[in-house]
Design a protein around this ligand. Structure first.
Ligand code: MLC
Ligand code: AMP
Length: 503
């Protein structure tokens, strides 16, 4: 097996003149050109002192150059650590403090603020959406580094932070073997080749956009039609000249709202993939009716890369996430005992295989508590393997988590901030069915009897501490929260009471 960087080199040698990035309104970037930039970044990283195993943290707008920086980090043996562009300064403080990167790359507009973080051990540079910024200036002046640092499949390649259900965010440490094996399994399962032309409209700081969409394209030697964000009309325009789209369910909900989505406009496409959150069965059916394409739904996680997929050739079933990818095992167990359950029963979904991460960055106890002794990782999702067709269906979550437009939001983090607002007794944050985002983050707040608090005040009080997508879309005020006999807040009860809030 080759690392992602080795496969990238092979793709550049096989097809140097082919476009890796096709950027509407900008010039294409061919494989050979991308390699030259990767080598320049590798020289800059070396010059800065990035040693094998050092983290390179990156919070920049989506750009082809950022993908080249990712590949350069792998080339010099570094560990790539992408951060959501929506994170605020307070959130970045935590990630930089926890991961202690050797280099932090930010947007040019925030460089002046972040420069204050610099120390003997931390360098701060910038990279802009248009290939501008201080890191680019250094790269333009550098002589490319052509050799690469040898890496074993067990060596660290990336750290992706996922919020914790309790307290601190956890850095999921992924190895070269995790990324390479998962990419190979996906290429085989989805028959993805160098002939493919992918509409890439996902962010590149998460597994879906970086390790599914980009890694697959780079390894296959395919072309990415590179969009900085998703726009349904633009995507439909591009379908005549593309073969694959990978998206979160919100992409499909929005495509279905566009009148031009039909058999003709999607005729050139061979595959539509959905994941990161549940795709509504009704959207799956409506999409097939309109276009003739059954969306292929797959299931994955930051910690495990992709786990299961509906078949490419067989039936792609609405509401099901299919079967394990090659080389991956899943089982459904009793939530308490961890004992495997009979086929058809609902329980905890567990996974084992070369895709499963090494553990959480500097959190051995947390890591140990999420693995079984025989190496299965407990996903925190609840599911059922059908006795009839063997397909996995996800029926719920064993973790208090809201997924809004494909982004994970952990209620605990928001509740903690709301509870600190003067005049608040307590709060519960829940996800309610939302027509665009799947789930809408909603805060239910109990104010002190004499407090005069409104929605705007609550949002203003947490605004600078929390990324926008995590902030409640609505804040409701109640006299008390429903509790069970043990005193635990009944979030299911709240979800039922306010089920129609966004309808
Ligand atoms: C943007 N906003 C959101 C939001 N995205 N609010 C809640 N949830 C979201 N997902 C807010 C912004 O803060 C802003 O608020 C307003 O919406 C408009 O911003 P925008 O940038 O114009 O939004 P839009 O382009 O419409 O983005 C929506 C989206 C995007 C769904 C296209 O969020 C997206 O690309 N999501 C993909 C996430 C993803 O890649 N997940 C994969 C995770 S990996 P305001 O108030 O300032 O106007 C994973 C594993 C796996 O889960 O299995 O794949
Ligand atoms: P993340 O931590 O951002 O990687 O999110 C992973 C979580 O997204 C999983 O644990 C699931 O809860 C959810 N998820 C991903 N794909 C699907 C899917 N196809 N259907 C339902 N939930 C999904």
């Amino acid at each position: 097996m080759q690392t992602i960087h080795q496969s990238f080199i092979a793709s550049t040698e096989a097809n140097p003149d082919k476009a890796l990035f096709e950027r509407p309104g900008k010039t294409d970037i061919r494989y050979a050109e991308a390699r030259a930039l990767v080598e320049k970044f590798a020289a800059v990283l070396t010059e800065i002192g990035v040693q094998p195993g050092d983290r390179v943290a990156v919070q920049t707008d989506k750009s082809a150059e950022a993908i080249c920086l990712y590949l350069a980090t792998l080339q010099v043996g570094g560990v790539y650590l992408p951060l959501n562009t929506a994170y605020t300064g307070a959130e970045i403080d935590y990630f930089v403090g926890d991961a202690s990167p050797r280099l932090f790359v930010c947007a040019p507009s925030t460089l002046a603020d972040h420069k204050a973080r610099e120390s003997d051990g931390l360098r701060v540079e910038s990279l802009g959406a248009d290939g501008d910024g201080s890191l680019m200036d250094l790269a333009n002046a550098a002589e490319g580094r052509t050799d690469s640092v040898a890496r074993a499949m067990t060596d660290h390649a990336a750290i992706l932070y996922t919020s914790g259900t309790t307290g601190r965010s956890k850095g999921a440490v992924l190895t070269h073997g995790n990324l390479a094996s998962n990419t190979a399994a996906l290429l085989e399962s989805w028959k993805y080749t160098g002939e493919d032309r992918l509409i890439h409209a996902l962010p590149i700081f998460h597994t879906h956009g970086l390790f599914v969409a980009a890694n697959m394209s780079i390894v296959a030697g395919a072309t990415m039609i590179w969009l900085t964000k998703f726009d349904a009309d633009q995507a439909i325009d591009l379908m005549a000249d593309a073969t694959v789209l990978m998206g979160v369910p919100t992409f499909y909900t929005r495509l279905l709202r566009a009148e031009r989505l039909n058999r003709e406009t999607t005729a050139n496409m061979r595959l539509f993939v959905s994941g990161s959150a549940p795709l509504l069965a009704e959207d799956h059916r409506a999409f097939e009716e309109r276009t003739g394409h059954p969306i292929l739904e797959r299931y994955g996680m930051t910690e495990t890369c992709m786990i299961t997929t509906n078949p490419y050739d067989g039936a792609r079933k609405p509401g099901a996430v299919g079967m394990p990818l090659p080389g991956i095992e899943i089982r459904v167990t009793d939530r308490e005992s961890g004992e495997p359950l009979a086929v058809g029963e609902i329980g905890a979904i567990e996974v084992r295989g070369p895709n499963v991460f090494e553990g959480y960055w500097q959190m051995p106890e947390k890591t140990a508590s999420e693995f079984r002794k025989d190496g299965f990782f407990i996903t925190g999702d609840l599911g059922q393997i059908s006795a009839e067709d063997g397909y996995l269906r996800i029926v719920g979550r064993d973790k208090d988590l809201v997924i809004s437009g494909g982004y994970n939001v952990y209620p605990k983090e928001i509740e903690g901030l709301i509870d600190d607002i003067p005049g608040v007794v307590e709060s519960a944050v829940i996800g309610l069915q939302h027509p665009d985002l799947g789930e809408g983050v909603t805060a239910v707040v109990v104010p002190q009897p004499d407090a005069s608090l409104d929605e705007a005040q609550v949002i203003a009080a947490i605004g600078d501490k929390l990324a926008r997508y995590k902030q409640p879309k609505k804040v409701l005020f109640v006299r008390e929260l429903p509790r069970n006999v043990m005193g635990k807040v009944q979030k299911a009860e709240l979800r039922k009471t306010y089920a129609d809030l966004y309808k």
